[in-house]
Design a binder for this molecule. Structure first.
Ligand code: PLP
Length: 421
């Protein structure tokens, strides 16, 4: 026994020498495999690059109006901040269970029941450091070379980036303006084949503000009966952000697919908590333990005071959320009316989230070039549609998480810029 251990130790000790002994070609090959794998394919979220460039230009003294980044411009409601401070003062500074503290998971259960009418078990809820982590985990679980994962195009750029990271093949689900920027149930079904492992859906959607009608989701769910090998990741992070009486449809309301459904949600958008890094995910029984183990391996737990703040967000007064939504609604109407007044631009009325996706295809510009020119020459940060997928060409994304005054000034500048260019 001792000898075996000693040999093992010896080998471990020798390991670096062994590496040095392999030929240069072998070494290069190893490095190549590592580089060619995931990290060569992993992408980025251009909104963060634009944010950095906008900050740089501001630091140089330029007056930049930021319609680029997707985060509420409101402060986190006071009672939520107080709950985090209290938690720290009460001594909640240590590790928590990897899946999150039980009272928080129970709060998520209450909120889910209230918004969807569906009662889930807290044993299926995992608290994660931001909504992104749920997509990271789900895509990691299903993605591998040979597998196909479907995702909305235009859509949140991290879906495709992560799919490519795993070596799986990304298959875009077209999201079209003529369908109110919702996906079509039939078209989505037509893209499924025997290699399809996961379908990612997002409604209300980034970057378009589109809300997919329940009828389309029903068609999709019905058709999924013929594809039992296909799981679904439903990104419902904008579930509370709809307008004009539009209703969000949670995929949880379809019991037929509950055993293969992962729901992504979180605090970032609804309660203006992007920097707190707080999300929740709901997992089917058979995947829950994978997620729990991933949490143990990767982040241990979400920071404790934020978790207490998360309970206050769900259970506390929702007046600040209502005030924020009323402001978003006014700004939404302002953006649509004013963008439609610019020659050669048409702007559909978004039904959800806080983005508008005006069509600029007749304005004589490629979308990404226009976004760059608007930032550098007109001082307005926007995101070019192609940063969200191939079908994003011909559009730019405007986040209206900014004051009405700034929105007016930004759109004045866009109009003037297009007139003189
Ligand atoms: N899903 C969508 C559709 C988003 O737009 C975003 C953020 O912009 C996220 C997920 C990620 O949210 P979080 O900031 O909580 O990671």
């Amino acid at each position: 026994m001792f000898e075996a251990l000693q040999n093992e130790k010896q080998e471990a000790f020798e390991f670096p020498h062994k590496i040095r002994q392999i030929s240069e070609n072998q070494l290069l090959e190893t490095i190549m495999i590592k580089t060619i794998s995931g990290f060569k394919r992993i992408g980025e979220e251009n909104a963060f690059t634009v944010l950095a460039r906008a900050a740089e230009l501001s630091a140089e003294g330029r007056d930049i109006i930021n319609l680029g980044i997707g985060q509420p411009d409101f402060p986190t409601p006071e009672h939520i901040v107080e709950a985090a401070i209290k938690a720290l003062k009460d001594g909640h500074h240590g590790y928590t269970p990897a899946t999150g503290i039980l009272p928080l998971r129970e709060a998520v259960v209450r909120r889910t029941l209230q918004t969807t009418g569906v009662e889930i078990s807290p044993e299926r809820v995992v608290i994660v450091p931001g909504g992104k982590v749920t997509m990271f985990a789900a895509i990691l679980m299903f993605g591998e070379p040979g597998a196909e994962i479907m995702y909305p195009d235009p859509g949140f750029p991290i879906y495709r980036s992560m799919i490519e990271f795993t070596g799986a093949t990304p298959v875009p689900i077209p999201v079209r303006e003529k369908n109110g920027f919702g996906f079509s149930g039939d078209e989505t079904l037509s893209l499924i084949n025997s290699n399809t492992r996961l379908i990612i859906l997002n409604s209300p959607a980034n970057p378009t503000g589109g809300v997919t009608p329940r009828a389309e989701i029903e068609i999709l769910v019905k058709g999924l009966e013929n594809h039992p090998q296909v799981a679904v990741l439903s990104d419902e992070i904008y579930d509370s952000m709809t307008y004009d009486g539009e209703k969000h449809t949670s995929l949880l309301t379809f019991p037929e697919i509950r055993d293969r459904l992962i729901v992504l949600n979180g605090w970032s958008k609804t309660w203006a908590m992007t920097g707190w890094r707080m999300g929740w995910s709901i997992w089917p029984d058979n995947l829950f333990d994978n997620m729990r183990k991933l949490a143990v391996n990767a982040w241990s737990c979400v920071n404790a005071p934020s978790q207490y703040a998360g309970i206050a967000a769900i259970d506390g007064p929702q007046d600040d959320v209502a005030t924020m939504m009323a402001a978003f609604d006014r700004r939404r109407q302002l953006v649509v009316a004013r963008m439609n007044n610019i020659a050669n631009i048409s702007c559909a009325t978004p039904k959800g989230a806080f983005y508008a996706f005006p069509n600029i295809s007749n304005a004589g510009w490629q979308a990404k070039q226009l976004a760059t020119a608007l930032l550098e020459e007109a001082g307005v940060a926007t995101i070019g549609g192609p940063d969200f997928g191939i079908l994003g060409e011909g559009y730019i994304r405007l986040s209206y998480a900014n004051s009405e005054d700034n929105i007016n000034r930004a759109i004045d500048r866009i109009g003037e810029f297009l007139q003189r260019s």
